[in-house]
Design a protein around this ligand. Structure first.
Ligand code: NCD
Length: 315
């Protein structure tokens, strides 16, 4: 079936429409069933080459892109930038041009600078997937979050979703804000004043600086990691103080709906933004399911982009 999303690259969720998102999630849903079956190998990407180029650390995103590509039958190359010519000073664009000369079909790129993946996408012939650029976007994370929510709640429209914690440094938050808004969910940001996006209200969200008030009556409580590696200077007094006010524990979670689901993109800092008691509570936490849906969503994205390449899609 021809994908509704017809562009060559997937760089963010900002420009995604509801029908495009729904089509990607429907495809991912079918792959989630494949992933739970014994025979997981398909030939959708047979003969295709996927290169993972990660300039930042990653566990979930890199392994799930690799598994997704392999399950679809592609050849996969993982570039470790620490062990490549990047460590010898090669620029991002030179590395991209070098890889491009080997004719990959899809380049999956994570980079510490916001906008770097978009820049790179203009210099190559293959499809490019943004696997996280600085604090800008992480579209496949927002898609896997949406799939997890849709499977549990049956819909996205009309749900109240609180995105809580270090929103300022979070590409996960930004991609989720755009996607959830496109799907008709009500998004709230809950963060200390020092860790909120300035002027966030212009993104169509409501802003809270108190965790209990922010998650009150919410269907989804999405916790974010304190991203120390993106901070220069002190944004919080101490992790103990942060947990007291913004860490999710059972007592604070009681403010949300009784059937509210708890999410976290990982990696978690237990005892900082989330209590282990909640993170490991299978009745409330869907954190493991998010990881599972990550593979399915990445299969759907790789399938969509290679189908678009085949018909010369480049809007
Ligand atoms: C996130 C990321 O790298 O943006 N993790 C992920 O992809 N699962 C969030 C984070 O690092 O806190």
């Amino acid at each position: 079936m021809t994908p509704i999303y017809a562009q060559r690259h997937l760089l963010g969720t900002r420009s995604l429409t509801a029908p495009e998102i729904t089509d990607l999630l429907d495809r991912a849903d079918r792959y989630a069933a494949v992933n739970r079956s014994a025979e997981k190998k398909l030939a959708v990407l047979a003969g295709r080459t996927v290169v993972n180029l990660f300039y930042e650390n990653s566990t979930r995103t890199r392994t799930s892109f690799e598994l997704a590509a392999k399950r679809l039958g592609a050849d996969v190359v993982n570039m470790q930038t620490g062990a490549s010519s990047v460590a010898k000073g090669e620029t991002l664009i030179d590395t991209a041009a070098t890889l491009n000369a080997m004719h990959p079909d899809v380049l999956v790129v994570r980079h510490q600078d916001s906008g770097a993946v978009s820049l790179l996408s203009q210099k190559v012939n293959c499809a490019v997937v943004n696997a996280g650029d600085g604090k800008h976007e992480h579209p496949t994370q927002a898609l896997l979050d949406a799939l997890t929510i849709r499977r549990r709640k049956g819909r996205l429209a009309g749900l109240k979703v609180a995105i809580c914690g270090d929103v300022l440094h979070s590409r996960v938050a930004r991609s989720n804000i755009h996607l959830l808004a496109a799907m008709g969910a009500e998004v709230r940001l809950v963060a200390p004043r020092t860790l909120c996006i300035p002027g966030a209200e212009s993104l169509g969200v409501s802003v809270f600086h108190d965790l209990r008030a922010g998650i009150a009556d919410c269907d989804i409580v999405m916790m974010l990691r304190i991203q120390n590696e993106r901070m220069s200077g002190g944004f919080i007094p101490s992790t103990r103080e942060y947990f007291r006010f913004f860490g999710l524990d059972r007592e604070k979670l009681a403010a949300a709906k009784p059937d509210a689901l708890v999410m976290h993109p990982g990696p978690m800092n237990r005892g900082v933004e989330i209590d282990s008691d909640i993170a490991d509570d299978v009745e409330r936490s869907v954190i493991r399911e998010q990881v599972e849906m990550g593979v399915a969503v990445r299969m759907a994205v790789l399938e969509t982009l290679t189908l678009n390449l085949a018909r010369g899609g480049d809007r």
